[in-house]
Ligand binder design. Structure first.
Ligand SMILES: NC(=O)C1=CN([C@@H]2O[C@H](COP(=O)(O)OP(=O)(O)OC[C@H]3O[C@@H](n4cnc5c(N)ncnc54)[C@H](O)[C@@H]3O)[C@@H](O)[C@H]2O)C=CC1
Ligand SMILES: CC(=O)N[C@@H]1[C@@H](OP(=O)(O)OP(=O)(O)OC[C@H]2O[C@@H](n3ccc(=O)[nH]c3=O)[C@H](O)[C@@H]2O)O[C@H](C(=O)O)[C@@H](O)[C@@H]1O
Length: 525
């Protein structure tokens, strides 16, 4: 707790509870007279801090990682795949409008606006883990002064600003709750387009713990964002907006995945059916895939699931459908390999794409981790290809694209289609079973090259999941060659998959068996 909460002499206009008229507040904000501290300089925090610097000209970024701080103070961006970010960071640092530090409390002592944008993760029991947010709040409290405005952009369980952050800040700083502002202003931004999203792709939601906090945050984001500001009645409502957006996405991806799994029995492309159903504005089905990754969408449902009296069965079920998708992928792989006479346990499998999204260096809850875990549990020889992370950190032998082209694996599973994979010369590979989790590959090219392709949920061009043609067989030399005759996909309509024990099981029984051995993508989310 600060001994004396009077602001240092060189501090200038505050936004919260100020007597200054709004025009003067805006002039002070954009004139660099309102120092800003941004806590958390990651995929979202660095772009956010850079846009704050672009608008206010007086930003100190705070991160616990000294390498992050050093890189930024050298005028560089450690965040990849964000168009315009490296140039903006370089410019703002060069013009002394933006600097970084690891000293959060020192930054807080100089700031009048404090922006929290650190991760909000889950603990082992899938309960929200706010330790990082609380650590930042402790830094802020050490430097909080009357008139300061605290902005929470980290996605939070609804009620956190009102019930956790505000009382914590008051207790630790010695200020009364009406001496500082606190508002929840969620980050509606996707990696890969962060600057355009932060600058104003969507309305900016703001919700304060009191009306003055909402007003001050509205002035702030009206200057920062090119889009409209959407004030809501309070911070809890704003927190709920963000979590509801995420739950909407997870439930709808779960629906897409459940419908996608019907493609085999219906012998259709569920993707084509979904794309066509979406002709209707009132139908916006999402894309089927191998699972839901990142530390956002798979996590946000748990910000409510563990804490509500209401059962939330739909949300819970959709979460389970999504977390089970890696098992479905491995099940389809096993069936496709069986159709070529190869037992999964004896197979060598390459997993393409470890991160949760193409071009984004984030692996939390990535479906690839779930696929690798399942394969490892089955004794499979696993290699991994990813341009952004080291597969060996996730249980797969690292493999370059060149090495993959000359390797002789039994199967390849595309989980996350990085653009680098477009360069793969599939002609160079021995005929292989290929599971395409994202309909990212050109089936015609692969099948012409002798590969057996299974596209999860079918392909957008209308073809059902299993090609059922050119079963890849292993000849006595152990190498692969494509047989000439067409074979039925073992996962085709009504066709029964065979198990390693030779016992024939129905598709459902097979899936149920797999279900009892399900594990999740790294985090049980
Ligand atoms: N990644 C995304 O697409 C989006 C994320 N969000 C939210 O933004 C928040 C941040 O997410 P990301 O930027 O993706 O996380 P990230 O993991 O990319 O970066 C977090 C950064 O915070 C730093 N950090 C950790 N503890 C700290 C502390 N005590 N003080 C200062 N810095 C600390 C880490 O070193 C790291 O650089 C999360 O709450 C997330 O829900 C919101 C919208 C989009
Ligand atoms: C509601 C919404 O669209 N939220 C976005 C989301 O971005 P995020 O980077 O987490 O990625 P995402 O595009 O939702 O994908 C999450 C996961 O779900 C998968 N996914 C996504 C869409 C889909 O139709 N099918 C599917 O399987 C992706 O492959 C990925 O593994 O979460 C971000 C966040 O809140 O952190 C948010 O800012 C973004 O706007």
């Amino acid at each position: 707790m600060r001994a004396d909460n009077t602001p240092p002499a060189d501090r200038t206009t505050a936004l919260y509870g100020t007597e200054a008229d709004e025009a003067d507040q805006r002039a002070a904000l954009t004139g660099g007279d309102v120092p800003v501290a941004v806590y958390g300089l990651g995929k979202m925090g660095l772009p956010l801090a850079a846009v704050y610097a672009e608008t206010t000209g007086n930003v100190t970024g705070v991160d616990v990682d000294p390498d992050v701080v050093e890189t930024i103070n050298a005028g560089e961006s450690h965040v990849v795949g964000e168009p315009g970010l490296a140039d903006l960071v370089a410019e703002q640092v060069e013009r002394s409008r933006f600097e970084a530090t690891t000293d959060g409390s020192a930054a807080a002592a100089q700031a009048r606006i404090h922006v929290i944008i650190v991760p909000t993760l889950l603990d082992d029991d899938n309960e929200p883990d706010l330790t990082t947010v609380e650590s930042v709040a402790s830094d802020i409290a050490a430097g909080l002064s009357p008139g300061d405005l605290v902005i929470a952009e980290s996605t939070l369980p609804p009620g956190t600003c009102r019930d956790v952050i505000q009382p914590f800040l008051a207790a630790e700083s010695g200020l009364d709750t009406d001496q500082f502002g606190l508002a929840f202003c969620p980050e509606r931004t996707s990696s890969g387009r962060a600057l355009q999203d932060i600058r104003g792709a969507y309305p900016k939601v703001v919700g304060g713990v009191d009306d003055e906090s909402t007003r001050a945050a509205t002035v702030l984001y009206d200057e920062l964002s090119e889009n409209e500001v959407h004030p809501v009645v309070d911070a809890t409502t704003a927190e709920a907006v963000k979590v509801f957006e995420g739950i909407y996405r997870d439930v709808n991806i779960g629906l897409a995945n459940e419908l996608g799994r019907l493609a085999d029995d219906l012998d259709i492309s569920a993707r084509e059916a979904i794309e066509t159903a979406n002709d209707l504005p009132m139908c916006q089905l999402h894309d089927p895939g191998p699972g839901v990754g990142g530390h956002c969408i798979p996590y946000y449902p748990h910000f409510l699931l563990s804490r509500m009296d209401e059962s939330m069965d739909l949300t819970r079920t959709a979460r389970r459908v999504n977390q089970d998708m890696p098992s479905v992928v491995v099940d389809r792989l096993e069936s496709e390999l069986a159709a070529t006479g190869t037992d999964l346990a004896d197979a060598s499998v390459a997993v393409l794409g470890i991160t949760y999204r193409p071009g984004v260096e984030e692996t939390r809850a990535s479906p690839a981790i779930g696929v690798i875990e399942q394969l490892r549990d089955r004794g499979v020889d696993i290699s991994g290809i990813d341009p952004l992370v080291d597969p060996s950190e996730y249980g797969a032998q690292p493999c370059s694209i060149d090495a993959f082209e000359s390797a002789s694996v039994d199967a390849a599973v595309v989980v996350t289609p990085h653009e680098e994979f477009d360069a793969i010369d599939w002609d160079a590979l021995d005929p292989t079973v290929v599971i395409d989790g994202r309909d990212a590959l050109d089936r015609g090219v692969l099948e012409t090259a002798g590969h057996r392709v299974y596209t999860l949920a079918g392909s957008a061009d209308g073809r059902p999941p299993g090609s059922g043609v050119d079963a890849v067989t292993t000849n006595d030399t152990g190498s692969h060659n494509a047989s000439s005759e067409k074979g039925d996909s073992p996962t085709g309509a009504g066709i029964e998959a065979t198990q390693g024990d030779g016992q024939e099981k129905s598709e459902d029984e097979h899936v149920i068996d797999t279900a009892t051995n399900r594990t999740d993508g790294g985090t049980d989310v």
